[in-house]
Each structure stands twice: as C-alpha cells, then as structure tokens.
Design a protein. Structure first.
Length: 159
C-alpha cells in the first residue's frame, strides 16, 4: 500500500517535524508513506472573500496535480465524517482488500481546501468539529494512520 499525505506549505515547527518523522519511521515497517508538500499561496493577512477563494483554488490546483486518477482520496475536512480509530483502520483494510493500493490523505492550507479538491475526494474525514492548525493536523494524522496499521495487525497499541 502506498500512502501519500498531501499538505500545503512547508512544515516550520521543529517539534512537529520530529514527531512526524518518528511516526513515519515506525510506519515504514507497514507501508510506504510519504509526505508531499505543495507550495502555499502567499497572501496578506486580511483577504476579501473572493481573494480567499482564489488562494484556495490556486493551492487546490497544486494538490490536484499530485493526484493520480486511480488514487483513493481522503480529504481532511471539519465538516466530513467522524470515524473511530477502528473505523479508520477498517477503511484502510478494505481499500487494501479491494486492491486500492494508492491512497492520498489531503490536508488543506490555513484557509482550507477548495471545492474542486473536495469534489475529487472519495471521502471526507473529520477529526472533530474543532479547527486544528494544518501543521499540527499532519502529526495527528500520521499517528492515526500508524494506529490503524497496529489495529489491523492485532498489535498491542490501540488503547
Ligand atoms: C486551519 S484548517 C483550515 C480551516 C478552514 N477555515 C476550514 O474550514 O477548512 C487547515 C486544514 O486542516 C485540516 N483540519 C483542521 N481541522 C480539522 C478537523 N477537525 N478535521 C479534519 N481536518 C481538519 C483540514 O484539511 C483543513 O483544510
């Protein structure tokens, strides 16, 4: 299984990078997991609604360019469906069973994901109604993917 995590902007915080690298290292035993960073759109602090739309669309085009037509896309979105860790594990297990070998998780930039990216996604996954910073979201996501692998292998981790 090839899992890519597509994110917007460079990861700046060292403490997040260390945590993410640790989970990527642990996951290398289970699957190929890579993080793909697309450039964020430079924009001033205050933007009009149409400028915000433009930023999301430009970042969205860069995300879409990284997706192969046969990739199963899971977009992280606050308004998406919430799942337990066991349900996420089951999703990954079923995708593997049905021969879906390319899976992409997509995390939006500070303004979120464009409609085009949300429409391209096969499912929208919510981690709660709360808004997380996109860089922190990466760490939370890699831990949950790692947890899913452990659950699917029946290994002692999911407490
Ligand atoms: C700072 S948030 C964007 C906030 C933006 N107002 C929105 O509604 O999408 C950046 C990205 O992190 C991810 N994210 C943040 N909180 C999330 C949550 N509770 N569930 C799923 N994804 C989340 C989403 O991919 C989002 O596009």
């Amino acid at each position: 299984m090839n899992i890519s995590i597509i994110t917007v902007g460079k990861l700046k915080e060292k403490y997040l990078k260390q945590g993410i690298d640790e989970y990527l290292k642990r996951m290398s035993a289970y699957a190929k997991v890579e993080i793909i960073e697309v450039a964020d759109e430079k924009a001033p602090e205050v933007l009009s609604a149409s400028e915000m739309l433009q930023v999301k669309e430009k970042e969205g085009e860069r995300i879409l360019a990284k997706l192969h037509p046969d990739t199963y896309v899971i977009a992280l979105a606050i308004e998406g469906k919430q799942k337990s860790s066991e349900e996420l594990a089951d999703t990954l297990d079923k995708l593997a069973t049905y021969g879906k070998s390319k899976i992409a998780f997509v995390i939006g930039g500070s303004l979120g994901l464009s409609q085009q990216v949300l429409q391209r996604s096969d499912e929208k996954l919510s981690f709660s109604k709360m808004t997380f910073p996109h860089q922190l979201m990466r760490l939370v996501l890699v831990e949950q993917i790692y947890r899913a692998f452990r659950i699917n292998r029946g290994e002692p981790y999911h407490k």
